[in-house]
Design a protein around this ligand. Structure first.
Ligand SMILES: Cc1cc2nc3c(=O)[nH]c(=O)nc-3n(C[C@H](O)[C@H](O)[C@H](O)COP(=O)(O)OP(=O)(O)OC[C@H]3O[C@@H](n4cnc5c(N)ncnc54)[C@H](O)[C@@H]3O)c2cc1C
Length: 580
Protein backbone atom coordinates (compact mmCIF):
# COMPACT_ATOMS: atom_id res chain seq x y z
CA UNK A 1 0.00 0.00 0.00
CA UNK A 2 1.05 3.58 -0.71
CA UNK A 3 1.15 4.54 2.93
CA UNK A 4 3.49 1.72 3.75
CA UNK A 5 5.82 2.99 1.05
CA UNK A 6 5.55 6.47 2.55
CA UNK A 7 6.11 5.13 6.02
CA UNK A 8 9.21 3.20 5.06
CA UNK A 9 10.60 6.41 3.61
CA UNK A 10 10.75 7.75 7.14
CA UNK A 11 13.55 5.64 8.49
CA UNK A 12 14.19 5.75 12.23
CA UNK A 13 17.34 7.57 13.21
CA UNK A 14 19.92 5.83 15.33
CA UNK A 15 19.71 6.83 18.99
CA UNK A 16 21.48 10.03 20.09
CA UNK A 17 21.33 11.61 16.65
CA UNK A 18 20.02 15.16 16.74
CA UNK A 19 16.65 15.02 14.99
CA UNK A 20 16.34 18.65 14.15
CA UNK A 21 18.36 21.70 14.86
CA UNK A 22 16.64 24.76 16.29
CA UNK A 23 17.94 27.12 13.61
CA UNK A 24 17.02 24.87 10.71
CA UNK A 25 14.22 25.98 8.43
CA UNK A 26 11.12 23.80 8.31
CA UNK A 27 11.22 22.76 4.67
CA UNK A 28 8.41 24.21 2.50
CA UNK A 29 7.60 26.74 5.20
CA UNK A 30 9.82 29.77 5.72
CA UNK A 31 10.32 29.73 9.46
CA UNK A 32 12.80 27.93 11.64
CA UNK A 33 11.79 25.48 14.31
CA UNK A 34 12.90 27.87 17.01
CA UNK A 35 10.88 30.77 15.58
CA UNK A 36 7.77 28.61 15.58
CA UNK A 37 8.48 27.35 19.09
CA UNK A 38 9.04 30.88 20.31
CA UNK A 39 5.79 32.06 18.79
CA UNK A 40 4.01 29.09 20.22
CA UNK A 41 5.25 29.71 23.75
CA UNK A 42 3.69 33.14 23.61
CA UNK A 43 0.47 32.25 21.84
CA UNK A 44 -0.42 28.95 23.48
CA UNK A 45 -2.00 30.33 26.70
CA UNK A 46 -4.24 32.72 24.72
CA UNK A 47 -5.28 30.07 22.27
CA UNK A 48 -5.99 27.68 25.08
CA UNK A 49 -8.15 30.24 26.81
CA UNK A 50 -10.16 30.92 23.63
CA UNK A 51 -10.85 27.24 23.03
CA UNK A 52 -11.57 26.40 26.68
CA UNK A 53 -13.30 29.46 28.07
CA UNK A 54 -15.58 30.77 25.34
CA UNK A 55 -18.91 29.12 24.57
CA UNK A 56 -18.39 29.77 20.88
CA UNK A 57 -15.08 27.95 20.52
CA UNK A 58 -15.52 25.26 23.15
CA UNK A 59 -18.47 23.67 21.36
CA UNK A 60 -18.92 22.15 17.95
CA UNK A 61 -21.72 20.82 15.81
CA UNK A 62 -21.18 17.87 13.51
CA UNK A 63 -22.90 14.84 12.16
CA UNK A 64 -21.22 12.25 14.33
CA UNK A 65 -23.45 9.19 14.12
CA UNK A 66 -25.69 9.43 11.09
CA UNK A 67 -23.21 9.06 8.27
CA UNK A 68 -22.25 5.67 6.91
CA UNK A 69 -18.72 4.93 5.79
CA UNK A 70 -18.97 5.32 2.01
CA UNK A 71 -16.00 3.04 1.27
CA UNK A 72 -16.38 -0.21 3.19
CA UNK A 73 -18.51 -1.93 5.77
CA UNK A 74 -17.30 -0.55 9.09
CA UNK A 75 -18.87 -3.23 11.30
CA UNK A 76 -15.56 -4.89 12.21
CA UNK A 77 -13.63 -1.75 13.08
CA UNK A 78 -15.78 -0.43 15.91
CA UNK A 79 -14.21 0.58 19.20
CA UNK A 80 -16.13 -0.56 22.26
CA UNK A 81 -13.88 1.05 24.89
CA UNK A 82 -15.46 3.57 27.22
CA UNK A 83 -12.68 6.02 26.23
CA UNK A 84 -13.96 5.98 22.65
CA UNK A 85 -17.39 7.30 23.67
CA UNK A 86 -18.48 10.93 23.21
CA UNK A 87 -20.94 12.75 25.45
CA UNK A 88 -23.20 14.70 23.14
CA UNK A 89 -25.45 17.49 24.36
CA UNK A 90 -28.88 16.08 23.76
CA UNK A 91 -30.98 18.52 25.80
CA UNK A 92 -31.59 21.93 24.34
CA UNK A 93 -30.92 23.63 27.69
CA UNK A 94 -27.40 22.12 27.87
CA UNK A 95 -26.43 23.78 24.60
CA UNK A 96 -24.94 27.25 25.13
CA UNK A 97 -27.05 30.15 23.89
CA UNK A 98 -24.55 31.07 21.25
CA UNK A 99 -25.05 27.69 19.62
CA UNK A 100 -28.77 27.48 20.17
CA UNK A 101 -29.31 30.61 18.09
CA UNK A 102 -27.82 28.69 15.23
CA UNK A 103 -30.55 26.02 15.44
CA UNK A 104 -33.20 28.70 15.70
CA UNK A 105 -31.89 30.33 12.56
CA UNK A 106 -32.97 27.30 10.62
CA UNK A 107 -36.61 27.53 11.63
CA UNK A 108 -38.97 28.97 9.12
CA UNK A 109 -41.07 31.55 10.91
CA UNK A 110 -44.06 33.50 9.78
CA UNK A 111 -42.04 36.58 8.98
CA UNK A 112 -38.94 35.29 7.23
CA UNK A 113 -38.13 32.25 5.13
CA UNK A 114 -34.72 30.72 4.76
CA UNK A 115 -33.39 32.15 1.52
CA UNK A 116 -31.87 29.78 -1.02
CA UNK A 117 -28.23 29.90 -2.00
CA UNK A 118 -28.83 32.19 -4.98
CA UNK A 119 -30.77 34.74 -2.94
CA UNK A 120 -28.11 34.68 -0.24
CA UNK A 121 -25.47 35.50 -2.79
CA UNK A 122 -27.51 38.36 -4.23
CA UNK A 123 -28.28 39.87 -0.84
CA UNK A 124 -25.07 39.10 1.01
CA UNK A 125 -25.43 41.45 3.97
CA UNK A 126 -29.24 41.37 4.26
CA UNK A 127 -30.40 37.96 3.08
CA UNK A 128 -33.73 38.33 4.92
CA UNK A 129 -34.29 41.93 3.83
CA UNK A 130 -34.99 43.13 7.37
CA UNK A 131 -37.93 40.81 7.88
CA UNK A 132 -36.84 39.81 11.37
CA UNK A 133 -36.51 43.45 12.47
CA UNK A 134 -33.95 46.16 11.96
CA UNK A 135 -31.55 45.13 14.72
CA UNK A 136 -31.11 41.52 13.74
CA UNK A 137 -27.68 40.54 12.43
CA UNK A 138 -29.03 38.63 9.45
CA UNK A 139 -25.78 37.22 8.21
CA UNK A 140 -25.57 35.22 11.40
CA UNK A 141 -29.16 34.09 11.57
CA UNK A 142 -28.83 32.60 8.13
CA UNK A 143 -26.37 29.75 8.28
CA UNK A 144 -24.96 28.38 5.09
CA UNK A 145 -23.85 25.07 6.62
CA UNK A 146 -26.23 23.06 4.52
CA UNK A 147 -24.70 24.00 1.25
CA UNK A 148 -21.39 23.31 -0.28
CA UNK A 149 -19.44 26.17 -1.76
CA UNK A 150 -17.21 25.47 -4.72
CA UNK A 151 -14.29 26.86 -2.79
CA UNK A 152 -14.57 24.51 0.19
CA UNK A 153 -11.81 22.04 0.88
CA UNK A 154 -13.86 19.92 3.23
CA UNK A 155 -17.26 18.43 2.99
CA UNK A 156 -19.32 20.77 5.15
CA UNK A 157 -20.58 18.66 7.93
CA UNK A 158 -24.28 19.20 7.41
CA UNK A 159 -24.01 18.37 3.77
CA UNK A 160 -27.36 16.66 3.64
CA UNK A 161 -30.11 19.08 4.57
CA UNK A 162 -32.00 16.45 6.58
CA UNK A 163 -29.05 15.50 8.77
CA UNK A 164 -29.42 16.47 12.38
CA UNK A 165 -26.30 17.91 13.92
CA UNK A 166 -24.87 16.58 17.17
CA UNK A 167 -23.66 19.20 19.62
CA UNK A 168 -20.58 18.41 21.64
CA UNK A 169 -18.52 20.15 24.24
CA UNK A 170 -14.92 19.84 23.12
CA UNK A 171 -13.75 20.55 26.66
CA UNK A 172 -15.70 17.57 28.03
CA UNK A 173 -14.45 15.25 25.29
CA UNK A 174 -10.69 15.83 25.13
CA UNK A 175 -8.56 14.26 22.44
CA UNK A 176 -6.47 11.56 24.13
CA UNK A 177 -5.66 7.86 24.23
CA UNK A 178 -8.73 5.77 23.45
CA UNK A 179 -7.31 2.33 22.70
CA UNK A 180 -8.67 2.43 19.13
CA UNK A 181 -6.20 0.33 17.16
CA UNK A 182 -5.84 -2.71 14.92
CA UNK A 183 -7.22 -3.34 11.44
CA UNK A 184 -9.91 -0.64 11.73
CA UNK A 185 -7.59 2.29 12.42
CA UNK A 186 -4.96 0.95 10.06
CA UNK A 187 -7.46 0.72 7.20
CA UNK A 188 -8.46 4.36 7.72
CA UNK A 189 -4.89 5.69 7.71
CA UNK A 190 -4.16 3.56 4.68
CA UNK A 191 -7.12 5.03 2.77
CA UNK A 192 -6.13 8.57 3.77
CA UNK A 193 -2.55 8.20 2.56
CA UNK A 194 -3.82 6.56 -0.61
CA UNK A 195 -5.49 9.86 -1.54
CA UNK A 196 -2.00 11.20 -1.95
CA UNK A 197 -1.32 10.08 -5.50
CA UNK A 198 -1.18 13.12 -7.67
CA UNK A 199 1.22 11.88 -10.25
CA UNK A 200 0.60 8.22 -10.80
CA UNK A 201 -2.75 7.10 -12.25
CA UNK A 202 -4.25 4.04 -10.57
CA UNK A 203 -3.02 0.76 -12.04
CA UNK A 204 -5.05 -0.40 -15.07
CA UNK A 205 -7.05 2.82 -14.84
CA UNK A 206 -9.03 1.42 -11.90
CA UNK A 207 -9.62 3.26 -8.69
CA UNK A 208 -8.59 1.71 -5.43
CA UNK A 209 -11.31 1.25 -2.80
CA UNK A 210 -10.37 4.38 -0.88
CA UNK A 211 -9.64 6.57 -3.83
CA UNK A 212 -12.57 8.35 -5.38
CA UNK A 213 -11.71 9.67 -8.80
CA UNK A 214 -13.61 12.91 -8.36
CA UNK A 215 -14.01 14.94 -11.48
CA UNK A 216 -12.29 12.40 -13.71
CA UNK A 217 -8.78 13.23 -12.65
CA UNK A 218 -5.99 11.80 -14.76
CA UNK A 219 -3.95 11.87 -17.96
CA UNK A 220 -2.72 15.17 -19.37
CA UNK A 221 -4.41 17.30 -16.77
CA UNK A 222 -2.86 15.28 -14.03
CA UNK A 223 0.60 15.68 -15.47
CA UNK A 224 0.02 19.40 -15.78
CA UNK A 225 -0.98 19.58 -12.13
CA UNK A 226 2.02 17.56 -11.07
CA UNK A 227 4.34 19.76 -13.12
CA UNK A 228 2.92 22.92 -11.57
CA UNK A 229 3.66 21.89 -8.04
CA UNK A 230 6.98 20.37 -8.94
CA UNK A 231 8.11 23.67 -10.42
CA UNK A 232 6.88 25.64 -7.47
CA UNK A 233 8.62 23.42 -5.00
CA UNK A 234 11.84 23.01 -6.88
CA UNK A 235 12.38 26.59 -7.95
CA UNK A 236 10.95 28.52 -5.10
CA UNK A 237 10.35 26.45 -2.01
CA UNK A 238 13.76 25.76 -0.64
CA UNK A 239 15.42 28.88 -2.06
CA UNK A 240 12.65 31.00 -0.60
CA UNK A 241 13.17 29.47 2.82
CA UNK A 242 16.85 30.12 2.79
CA UNK A 243 16.49 33.65 1.41
CA UNK A 244 13.96 34.65 3.97
CA UNK A 245 16.04 33.21 6.78
CA UNK A 246 18.99 35.27 5.59
CA UNK A 247 16.77 38.35 5.31
CA UNK A 248 15.72 37.81 8.91
CA UNK A 249 19.33 37.70 9.92
CA UNK A 250 19.07 34.17 11.17
CA UNK A 251 22.60 32.97 11.71
CA UNK A 252 21.73 29.39 11.03
CA UNK A 253 19.94 29.45 7.73
CA UNK A 254 20.02 25.74 7.20
CA UNK A 255 17.22 23.88 5.61
CA UNK A 256 15.36 21.18 7.44
CA UNK A 257 17.49 18.04 7.53
CA UNK A 258 14.45 16.09 6.37
CA UNK A 259 14.79 15.32 2.70
CA UNK A 260 12.07 14.31 0.34
CA UNK A 261 12.12 11.99 -2.60
CA UNK A 262 12.55 14.23 -5.63
CA UNK A 263 10.19 12.17 -7.74
CA UNK A 264 7.32 12.79 -5.40
CA UNK A 265 7.50 16.58 -5.12
CA UNK A 266 3.98 17.07 -6.35
CA UNK A 267 2.58 15.05 -3.50
CA UNK A 268 4.56 16.76 -0.84
CA UNK A 269 2.27 19.40 0.53
CA UNK A 270 -0.75 17.14 0.66
CA UNK A 271 1.31 14.40 2.29
CA UNK A 272 2.76 16.80 4.82
CA UNK A 273 -0.65 18.06 5.90
CA UNK A 274 -1.95 14.51 6.41
CA UNK A 275 1.20 13.22 8.07
CA UNK A 276 1.39 16.31 10.30
CA UNK A 277 -2.20 15.70 11.40
CA UNK A 278 -1.36 12.03 12.07
CA UNK A 279 1.70 13.11 14.09
CA UNK A 280 -0.38 15.54 16.13
CA UNK A 281 -2.97 12.84 16.92
CA UNK A 282 -0.15 10.48 17.95
CA UNK A 283 1.35 13.19 20.17
CA UNK A 284 -1.93 13.67 22.01
CA UNK A 285 -2.56 10.02 22.56
CA UNK A 286 0.97 9.65 23.96
CA UNK A 287 0.63 12.80 26.08
CA UNK A 288 -2.70 11.88 27.64
CA UNK A 289 -2.15 8.15 27.89
CA UNK A 290 -4.02 5.71 30.11
CA UNK A 291 -1.73 3.52 32.15
CA UNK A 292 -3.89 0.45 32.23
CA UNK A 293 -2.17 -0.96 35.31
CA UNK A 294 -2.56 2.08 37.55
CA UNK A 295 -5.62 3.62 35.86
CA UNK A 296 -3.78 6.98 35.76
CA UNK A 297 -3.70 9.36 32.77
CA UNK A 298 -0.15 10.61 32.18
CA UNK A 299 2.43 11.25 29.43
CA UNK A 300 3.94 8.05 28.06
CA UNK A 301 7.52 8.65 26.99
CA UNK A 302 8.08 5.34 25.23
CA UNK A 303 4.90 5.88 23.19
CA UNK A 304 6.39 9.22 22.04
CA UNK A 305 9.74 7.65 21.25
CA UNK A 306 8.18 4.79 19.34
CA UNK A 307 5.77 6.90 17.26
CA UNK A 308 7.50 10.26 16.85
CA UNK A 309 10.97 10.79 18.24
CA UNK A 310 12.54 8.30 15.86
CA UNK A 311 10.82 9.92 12.89
CA UNK A 312 12.01 13.52 12.42
CA UNK A 313 9.99 13.83 9.21
CA UNK A 314 6.76 13.33 11.16
CA UNK A 315 7.76 16.06 13.61
CA UNK A 316 8.80 18.30 10.74
CA UNK A 317 5.38 17.79 9.14
CA UNK A 318 3.70 18.79 12.37
CA UNK A 319 5.72 22.04 12.46
CA UNK A 320 4.90 22.58 8.79
CA UNK A 321 1.18 22.34 9.62
CA UNK A 322 1.64 24.79 12.46
CA UNK A 323 3.23 27.33 10.10
CA UNK A 324 0.41 26.81 7.61
CA UNK A 325 -2.32 27.30 10.22
CA UNK A 326 -0.54 30.29 11.78
CA UNK A 327 -0.53 32.01 8.44
CA UNK A 328 -4.23 31.23 7.89
CA UNK A 329 -5.29 32.56 11.30
CA UNK A 330 -3.17 35.67 10.83
CA UNK A 331 -4.91 36.20 7.52
CA UNK A 332 -8.51 36.25 8.81
CA UNK A 333 -8.06 39.33 10.96
CA UNK A 334 -10.02 41.58 8.65
CA UNK A 335 -12.70 38.95 8.31
CA UNK A 336 -13.06 38.65 12.09
CA UNK A 337 -13.46 42.40 12.44
CA UNK A 338 -16.63 42.16 10.40
CA UNK A 339 -17.73 38.88 11.93
CA UNK A 340 -20.78 38.55 14.19
CA UNK A 341 -20.40 35.78 16.70
CA UNK A 342 -24.16 35.59 17.01
CA UNK A 343 -24.28 35.61 20.75
CA UNK A 344 -27.47 36.41 22.55
CA UNK A 345 -25.11 38.00 25.05
CA UNK A 346 -23.44 41.08 23.47
CA UNK A 347 -20.78 41.31 26.16
CA UNK A 348 -19.66 37.74 25.65
CA UNK A 349 -19.79 38.34 21.93
CA UNK A 350 -17.47 41.35 22.23
CA UNK A 351 -15.13 39.49 24.55
CA UNK A 352 -14.84 36.55 22.15
CA UNK A 353 -14.18 38.89 19.25
CA UNK A 354 -11.50 40.79 21.21
CA UNK A 355 -9.78 37.55 22.18
CA UNK A 356 -9.64 36.29 18.60
CA UNK A 357 -8.54 39.68 17.24
CA UNK A 358 -5.83 39.89 19.85
CA UNK A 359 -4.58 36.46 18.84
CA UNK A 360 -4.70 37.22 15.11
CA UNK A 361 -2.85 40.52 15.68
CA UNK A 362 -0.15 38.83 17.69
CA UNK A 363 0.64 36.46 14.86
CA UNK A 364 3.18 38.13 12.65
CA UNK A 365 2.54 35.45 10.14
CA UNK A 366 3.14 37.12 6.87
CA UNK A 367 4.86 35.32 4.07
CA UNK A 368 7.93 35.11 6.27
CA UNK A 369 6.22 32.22 8.11
CA UNK A 370 4.49 30.52 5.21
CA UNK A 371 4.24 31.89 1.71
CA UNK A 372 1.16 30.46 0.08
CA UNK A 373 1.44 32.84 -2.87
CA UNK A 374 4.09 30.67 -4.49
CA UNK A 375 1.66 27.80 -4.84
CA UNK A 376 -0.87 27.21 -7.59
CA UNK A 377 0.40 30.12 -9.65
CA UNK A 378 1.21 28.52 -12.98
CA UNK A 379 -1.67 29.02 -15.39
CA UNK A 380 -2.84 25.56 -16.44
CA UNK A 381 -5.59 24.26 -18.60
CA UNK A 382 -8.44 22.10 -17.44
CA UNK A 383 -8.45 20.67 -13.97
CA UNK A 384 -5.93 22.64 -11.98
CA UNK A 385 -3.78 21.35 -9.22
CA UNK A 386 -5.79 23.44 -6.83
CA UNK A 387 -9.02 21.72 -7.79
CA UNK A 388 -7.38 18.35 -7.46
CA UNK A 389 -6.13 19.32 -4.04
CA UNK A 390 -9.62 20.32 -3.01
CA UNK A 391 -11.16 17.09 -4.24
CA UNK A 392 -8.62 14.97 -2.46
CA UNK A 393 -9.13 16.87 0.74
CA UNK A 394 -12.87 16.36 0.47
CA UNK A 395 -12.21 12.65 0.15
CA UNK A 396 -10.15 12.70 3.33
CA UNK A 397 -13.06 14.25 5.18
CA UNK A 398 -15.38 11.55 3.82
CA UNK A 399 -12.96 8.84 4.98
CA UNK A 400 -13.32 10.21 8.50
CA UNK A 401 -16.82 8.71 8.57
CA UNK A 402 -15.11 5.30 8.52
CA UNK A 403 -13.33 5.86 11.86
CA UNK A 404 -14.82 3.31 14.24
CA UNK A 405 -14.16 5.22 17.48
CA UNK A 406 -16.55 8.08 18.21
CA UNK A 407 -14.01 10.25 20.04
CA UNK A 408 -11.37 9.72 17.33
CA UNK A 409 -13.98 10.46 14.66
CA UNK A 410 -14.99 13.69 16.42
CA UNK A 411 -11.42 14.99 16.55
CA UNK A 412 -10.51 13.53 13.15
CA UNK A 413 -13.44 15.30 11.53
CA UNK A 414 -12.79 18.53 13.38
CA UNK A 415 -9.13 18.61 12.42
CA UNK A 416 -9.79 17.73 8.78
CA UNK A 417 -12.31 20.58 8.74
CA UNK A 418 -9.70 22.81 10.37
CA UNK A 419 -7.06 22.10 7.71
CA UNK A 420 -9.71 22.42 5.00
CA UNK A 421 -10.59 25.85 6.37
CA UNK A 422 -6.94 26.86 6.57
CA UNK A 423 -6.42 25.91 2.91
CA UNK A 424 -9.58 27.77 1.95
CA UNK A 425 -8.38 30.88 3.79
CA UNK A 426 -4.89 30.64 2.31
CA UNK A 427 -5.98 30.23 -1.26
CA UNK A 428 -9.39 31.92 -1.46
CA UNK A 429 -9.25 34.86 0.94
CA UNK A 430 -7.98 38.35 0.33
CA UNK A 431 -6.10 39.60 3.35
CA UNK A 432 -6.83 43.27 2.68
CA UNK A 433 -10.31 43.21 1.22
CA UNK A 434 -12.70 40.72 2.81
CA UNK A 435 -15.70 41.72 0.67
CA UNK A 436 -15.17 38.96 -1.89
CA UNK A 437 -14.15 36.25 0.56
CA UNK A 438 -16.32 33.15 0.57
CA UNK A 439 -18.43 32.77 3.72
CA UNK A 440 -16.68 31.42 6.76
CA UNK A 441 -19.10 29.12 8.56
CA UNK A 442 -19.10 29.02 12.32
CA UNK A 443 -18.16 25.31 12.26
CA UNK A 444 -15.18 26.19 10.05
CA UNK A 445 -14.01 28.96 12.32
CA UNK A 446 -14.33 26.77 15.41
CA UNK A 447 -12.53 23.91 13.63
CA UNK A 448 -9.73 26.24 12.50
CA UNK A 449 -8.94 27.61 15.96
CA UNK A 450 -9.30 24.26 17.68
CA UNK A 451 -6.99 22.63 15.13
CA UNK A 452 -4.50 25.38 15.79
CA UNK A 453 -4.85 24.75 19.51
CA UNK A 454 -4.24 21.02 18.95
CA UNK A 455 -1.06 21.76 16.99
CA UNK A 456 0.03 24.32 19.49
CA UNK A 457 -0.46 21.81 22.29
CA UNK A 458 1.47 19.22 20.27
CA UNK A 459 4.43 21.58 19.95
CA UNK A 460 4.43 22.17 23.70
CA UNK A 461 4.07 18.45 24.43
CA UNK A 462 6.94 17.54 22.09
CA UNK A 463 9.13 20.14 23.75
CA UNK A 464 8.35 18.58 27.12
CA UNK A 465 8.91 15.04 25.82
CA UNK A 466 12.32 16.16 24.51
CA UNK A 467 13.13 17.62 27.89
CA UNK A 468 12.14 14.33 29.54
CA UNK A 469 14.43 12.41 27.20
CA UNK A 470 17.33 14.80 27.89
CA UNK A 471 16.73 14.48 31.60
CA UNK A 472 16.63 10.69 31.40
CA UNK A 473 19.83 10.65 29.33
CA UNK A 474 21.52 13.21 31.57
CA UNK A 475 21.84 15.86 28.86
CA UNK A 476 21.73 19.52 29.85
CA UNK A 477 18.91 20.98 27.77
CA UNK A 478 19.22 24.44 26.30
CA UNK A 479 16.36 26.49 24.97
CA UNK A 480 16.59 26.89 21.20
CA UNK A 481 18.32 30.03 20.00
CA UNK A 482 15.95 32.78 19.08
CA UNK A 483 12.91 31.21 20.63
CA UNK A 484 13.02 33.18 23.84
CA UNK A 485 13.33 36.57 22.19
CA UNK A 486 10.49 35.75 19.82
CA UNK A 487 8.38 34.56 22.71
CA UNK A 488 9.11 37.68 24.73
CA UNK A 489 8.28 39.96 21.82
CA UNK A 490 4.93 38.31 21.09
CA UNK A 491 4.10 37.91 24.76
CA UNK A 492 4.79 41.59 25.31
CA UNK A 493 2.55 42.44 22.39
CA UNK A 494 -0.28 40.33 23.72
CA UNK A 495 0.14 41.76 27.18
CA UNK A 496 0.31 45.34 25.90
CA UNK A 497 -2.92 44.79 24.08
CA UNK A 498 -4.48 43.16 27.08
CA UNK A 499 -3.54 46.19 29.13
CA UNK A 500 -5.03 48.54 26.58
CA UNK A 501 -8.10 46.41 26.37
CA UNK A 502 -8.81 45.44 29.95
CA UNK A 503 -10.47 48.04 32.09
CA UNK A 504 -10.06 47.69 35.83
CA UNK A 505 -12.96 46.25 37.72
CA UNK A 506 -15.04 49.14 39.05
CA UNK A 507 -17.65 47.06 40.79
CA UNK A 508 -17.88 46.99 44.56
CA UNK A 509 -16.13 44.05 46.11
CA UNK A 510 -18.56 43.67 49.02
CA UNK A 511 -22.10 44.88 48.90
CA UNK A 512 -24.11 42.80 51.34
CA UNK A 513 -24.48 43.08 55.08
CA UNK A 514 -22.34 46.24 55.44
CA UNK A 515 -22.69 48.85 58.14
CA UNK A 516 -23.05 52.49 57.07
CA UNK A 517 -19.38 53.19 57.89
CA UNK A 518 -18.27 50.18 55.83
CA UNK A 519 -20.55 51.30 52.99
CA UNK A 520 -18.88 54.71 53.12
CA UNK A 521 -15.32 53.31 52.93
CA UNK A 522 -16.32 50.89 50.22
CA UNK A 523 -17.77 53.72 48.14
CA UNK A 524 -14.79 55.97 48.81
CA UNK A 525 -12.44 53.21 47.70
CA UNK A 526 -14.38 52.84 44.48
CA UNK A 527 -14.35 56.58 43.74
CA UNK A 528 -10.63 56.81 44.54
CA UNK A 529 -9.77 53.92 42.25
CA UNK A 530 -11.82 55.40 39.40
CA UNK A 531 -10.24 58.83 39.95
CA UNK A 532 -6.70 57.42 39.98
CA UNK A 533 -7.46 55.41 36.87
CA UNK A 534 -8.69 58.48 34.97
CA UNK A 535 -5.70 60.62 36.01
CA UNK A 536 -3.29 57.80 35.16
CA UNK A 537 -4.88 57.43 31.73
CA UNK A 538 -4.39 61.13 31.03
CA UNK A 539 -0.79 60.94 32.15
CA UNK A 540 -0.17 57.93 29.91
CA UNK A 541 -1.62 59.68 26.88
CA UNK A 542 1.59 61.34 25.58
CA UNK A 543 3.50 58.06 25.96
CA UNK A 544 0.80 56.21 24.07
CA UNK A 545 0.81 58.81 21.30
CA UNK A 546 4.57 58.44 20.99
CA UNK A 547 4.26 54.65 20.87
CA UNK A 548 1.66 54.90 18.10
CA UNK A 549 3.89 57.32 16.21
CA UNK A 550 6.84 54.89 16.43
CA UNK A 551 4.67 51.94 15.34
CA UNK A 552 3.36 53.89 12.36
CA UNK A 553 6.86 55.04 11.38
CA UNK A 554 8.18 51.47 11.47
CA UNK A 555 5.25 50.32 9.34
CA UNK A 556 6.02 53.11 6.90
CA UNK A 557 9.65 52.00 6.88
CA UNK A 558 8.55 48.42 6.07
CA UNK A 559 6.40 49.77 3.28
CA UNK A 560 9.23 51.87 1.90
CA UNK A 561 11.59 48.89 1.92
CA UNK A 562 8.96 46.79 0.16
CA UNK A 563 8.64 44.41 3.13
CA UNK A 564 5.24 43.07 4.25
CA UNK A 565 3.80 45.63 6.66
CA UNK A 566 3.32 44.57 10.25
CA UNK A 567 -0.31 44.54 11.36
CA UNK A 568 -1.48 47.51 13.45
CA UNK A 569 -1.43 46.75 17.14
CA UNK A 570 -3.55 49.73 18.16
CA UNK A 571 -6.94 51.14 17.30
CA UNK A 572 -9.12 54.08 18.26
CA UNK A 573 -12.29 52.79 19.81
CA UNK A 574 -15.24 54.94 20.77
CA UNK A 575 -16.92 54.06 24.06
CA UNK A 576 -20.21 52.19 23.89
CA UNK A 577 -23.27 53.81 25.41
CA UNK A 578 -23.13 51.53 28.50
CA UNK A 579 -19.52 52.56 29.13
CA UNK A 580 -20.34 56.27 29.29
C1 LIG B 1 -8.67 9.76 12.19
C2 LIG B 1 -8.10 8.99 13.35
C3 LIG B 1 -8.11 9.56 14.60
C4 LIG B 1 -7.60 8.84 15.70
N1 LIG B 1 -7.65 9.43 16.93
C5 LIG B 1 -7.18 8.73 17.99
C6 LIG B 1 -7.28 9.28 19.32
O1 LIG B 1 -7.80 10.39 19.52
N2 LIG B 1 -6.81 8.53 20.35
C7 LIG B 1 -6.26 7.28 20.16
O2 LIG B 1 -5.85 6.65 21.14
N3 LIG B 1 -6.16 6.76 18.92
C8 LIG B 1 -6.61 7.43 17.85
N4 LIG B 1 -6.53 6.87 16.60
C9 LIG B 1 -5.78 5.63 16.44
C10 LIG B 1 -4.26 5.90 16.28
O3 LIG B 1 -4.03 6.94 15.34
C11 LIG B 1 -3.48 4.69 15.79
O4 LIG B 1 -4.03 4.27 14.58
C12 LIG B 1 -3.47 3.55 16.78
O5 LIG B 1 -2.98 3.99 18.01
C13 LIG B 1 -2.60 2.39 16.27
O6 LIG B 1 -1.26 2.84 16.13
P1 LIG B 1 -0.17 2.12 15.27
O7 LIG B 1 1.04 1.99 16.11
O8 LIG B 1 -0.72 0.88 14.67
O9 LIG B 1 0.21 3.16 14.10
P2 LIG B 1 -0.71 4.18 13.36
O10 LIG B 1 -0.68 5.49 14.06
O11 LIG B 1 -2.05 3.56 13.12
O12 LIG B 1 0.03 4.37 11.99
C14 LIG B 1 -0.04 3.38 10.95
C15 LIG B 1 1.26 3.44 10.14
O13 LIG B 1 1.39 4.71 9.52
C16 LIG B 1 2.72 5.18 9.58
N5 LIG B 1 2.72 6.46 10.30
C17 LIG B 1 2.47 6.69 11.59
N6 LIG B 1 2.50 7.99 11.86
C18 LIG B 1 2.80 8.61 10.72
C19 LIG B 1 2.98 9.96 10.37
N7 LIG B 1 2.85 10.97 11.26
N8 LIG B 1 3.29 10.25 9.11
C20 LIG B 1 3.45 9.27 8.19
N9 LIG B 1 3.27 7.95 8.46
C21 LIG B 1 2.96 7.62 9.72
C22 LIG B 1 3.52 4.11 10.29
O14 LIG B 1 4.14 3.30 9.32
C23 LIG B 1 2.50 3.30 11.03
O15 LIG B 1 2.86 1.98 11.18
C24 LIG B 1 -7.06 7.55 15.51
C25 LIG B 1 -7.06 6.96 14.24
C26 LIG B 1 -7.57 7.67 13.16
C27 LIG B 1 -7.60 7.01 11.82
Amino acid sequence: ATYVREATKSKPLPPNVCEFEPGAIVSDACASYSTLEGLNDAIHPYLHSITQDTDFFSHYRLNLYNKKCPFWSDDNGMCGNIACAVNTLDNEEDIPLVWRANELGKLEGPTAHHPGRKLQEERKSRPLQGKLGENVGESCVVETDDECDDRDYCVPDDESATAKGDYVSLVDNPERFTGYTGVGSQQVWEAIYRENCFSKPPKNGQSTPGSLPLGGFGGIQQNQAAKELRNVMREQGVQQSVKSAIAQGSATARVDPVEFDDECLEKRVFYRVVSGMHASISTHLCWDYLNQTTGQWAPNLSCYEYRLHKFPDRISNLYFNYALILRAVGKIKQHIKDYEFCSADPEQDQRTKNMVLRLASAIHSGPEIFDESIMFQEPGNGLSLKEDFRNRFRNVSRIMDCVGCDKCRLWGKLQTAGYGTALKVLFEFDEKDSSKDPPLRRTELVALLNTMDRLSHSLSAIKEFRRMIDERDGIQSTSPAGSSSEATRTKQLLEDEKEDDGYPDFTRKNSEGLTIIEEFWEELDLVTRAFVYVIKSWMELPGKALKIFIIEMSRLWDYWLGLPMRPRSWEIRFPRRDEL
